[in-house]
Write a protein that binds this ligand. Structure first.
Ligand SMILES: Cc1cc2nc3c(=O)[nH]c(=O)nc-3n(C[C@H](O)[C@H](O)[C@H](O)COP(=O)(O)OP(=O)(O)OC[C@H]3O[C@@H](n4cnc5c(N)ncnc54)[C@H](O)[C@@H]3O)c2cc1C
Length: 455
């Protein structure tokens, strides 16, 4: 039985009145032949069948928050906002780690609405990224992750998927039913079929205590292993052109801990992510040589803060300043040389970078196309203001990452070739075999995934 879902997440995925579809950052546009919003899984199957009969490709859009042209199509674009249900949770016979229940949800459900629904059920996701505008299917399809010494990727929380395949059939897959399809579809770049429902493992609701402090970068790097050992979720933002960082540590507290307000925090959220930061970026764009000084001011302006709140409120922050981003996952042990090489390149190239670099962490997981597959992982994300051309910075970072065995985030800008991807993803060949088996005619491919996957 489905429960009511509050729906306050922004709807940003439909093409505009001019017929042009745009992603969140504005860097990707396309003009689909048709945009349709099916009412249920049978309706999805009907639209897929019609597109195949008309000789058109099909792509699905979630929240449109990927930076890469994953969604772009000149065929049929499906929006799944109407597939946004949440079923009654089912208790697990045996708890899996902290997870006590599974919950089946519509693939188009936005994370924001998922979090509200879970809260009302006394449940929560075990980890989340730093925004909640994505759909469940969109988030898992690109390997969206948070940070933590435990599994950080949302795909690791998937226990079952329901799909419409290219031949119009509706199938379900899990670790015990069509396990190879399951492994591929829980992080599949939208290339296997249309996800209509996803079953997630969830935990009892919990609160997190967040501690955020500006630290000298060298203190962070010298004490990194201790920091990671002592805290469940660690990340830091390093301000390029400075030796300063903002550290964030989130740890679980008993639910009885009274949540402390975030008023103080709003000041810092607005500085790092939003209003004031927009001004910093606009000034930096007009006067790039001022960026190192602006970064030094921003890094010092951030104050220490500590607060306790329901988990999803701590994981998620507003991101109102638009930017472009490239993020790479590297073996944990090469993080320090990677950061040193990026720093050296920035200083010697004359490139100015006004956005802090974000560093996060994950334990190894077993999802075939996960950026953390089989290895302890550090993530390094570089950003540029959306009006600033990031080409040179992203290309330089990619060179460094590729040399260190880096894996690009599938939803963030990169130009990794298939040779490199095959060398860093041991199960990529298996994924491609499963994909070809369920979609031999490439109904669910677009130009971007053909190029990335060498198809
Ligand atoms: C401001 C911002 C902050 C971000 N923060 C993080 C973060 O903290 N961590 C992180 O890892 N990433 C982050 N991202 C990246 C983001 O999580 C991913 O790009 C994610 O895929 C976006 O989800 P979406 O619903 O917008 O998907 P879209 O971009 O709309 O689609 C992504 C892919 O999923 C496919 N897809 C969508 N729905 C379906 C479906 N029903 N069936 C089959 N395929 C489907 C699409 O075809 C496409 O290939 C961030 C992005 C932005 C813009």
């Amino acid at each position: 039985m489905a429960i009511d879902v509050l729906s306050r997440a922004p709807r940003s995925h439909a093409p505009g009145p001019d017929g042009l579809w745009r992603n969140w950052s504005g860097s990707v546009t396309c003009r689909p032949t048709a945009f349709v919003e099916p009412s249920d899984a049978d309706d999805v199957a009907r639209h897929v069948g019609q597109a195949v009969a008309d000789g058109r490709g099909v792509r699905v859009v979630g929240g449109g928050h990927s930076f890469t042209p994953l969604v772009a199509t000149d065929g049929v674009l499906l929006g799944l906002d109407r597939l946004a249900f949440v079923d009654e949770p089912v208790p697990l016979a045996v708890p899996e780690g902290r997870a006590t229940h599974t919950v089946r949800v519509g693939a188009g459900l936005r994370l924001h609405d998922l979090n509200l629904a879970l809260t009302r059920l006394g449940l929560a996701m075990g980890n989340l990224g730093d925004i909640d505008h994505q759909s469940v299917a969109g988030a898992i399809s690109t390997g969206t992750h948070g940070t933590g010494g435990v599994a950080a990727g949302l795909s690791t929380q998937v226990r079952g998927v329901e799909l419409v395949l290219a031949d119009g059939t509706r199938v379900t897959a899990s670790q015990t039913e069509r396990p190879e399809l399951f492994e591929s579809a829980r992080l599949g770049l939208g290339t296997l079929g249309v996800l209509t429902a996803v079953t997630l493992a969830v935990e009892p609701a919990y609160v997190l205590e967040a501690v955020e402090e500006p630290w000298p970068l060298d203190r962070v790097l010298d004490g990194l292993e201790d920091l990671l050992a002592a805290n469940e979720h660690v990340e830091f933002y390093w301000f390029p052109h400075t030796r300063r960082a903002l550290t964030k540590r989130n740890n679980r507290r008993p639910v009885s801990d009274t949540p402390l307000g975030r008023v103080r925090g709003l000041v810092d959220d607005e500085l790092l992510s939003n209003g004031l930061f927009e001004v910093v970026n606009r000034v930096g764009r007009l006067a790039p040589r001022a960026i190192p000084r602006l970064n030094a001011v921003s890094a010092r302006a951030l104050g220490a803060r500590r607060f306790t709140a329901p988990s999803h409120e701590v994981y998620v922050s507003p991101r109102r300043v638009r930017f472009r981003e490239s993020e790479w996952a590297v073996p944990h042990e090469v993080l320090l040389p990677v950061l040193a090489e990026i720093d050296a390149w920035i200083e010697s190239s004359g490139e100015t970078v006004s956005f802090p670099m974000e560093v996060r962490f994950a334990a190894p997981d077993d999802v075939w196309l996960s950026t953390a597959h089989g290895r302890r992982t550090a993530y390094v994300a570089v950003h540029q203001f959306w009006r600033t051309d990031p080409t040179r910075l992203f290309a330089a970072v990619q060179r460094i990452m590729v040399a260190h065995g880096g894996r690009p985030h599938w939803g963030k800008e990169h130009a990794a070739g298939i040779e490199h991807l095959r060398s860093v993803y041991p199960r990529l060949g298996d994924f491609l075999d499963v994909r070809a088996g369920v979609d031999p005619d490439g109904v669910f491919l677009n130009a971007h995934v053909r190029q990335v996957l060498g198809l």
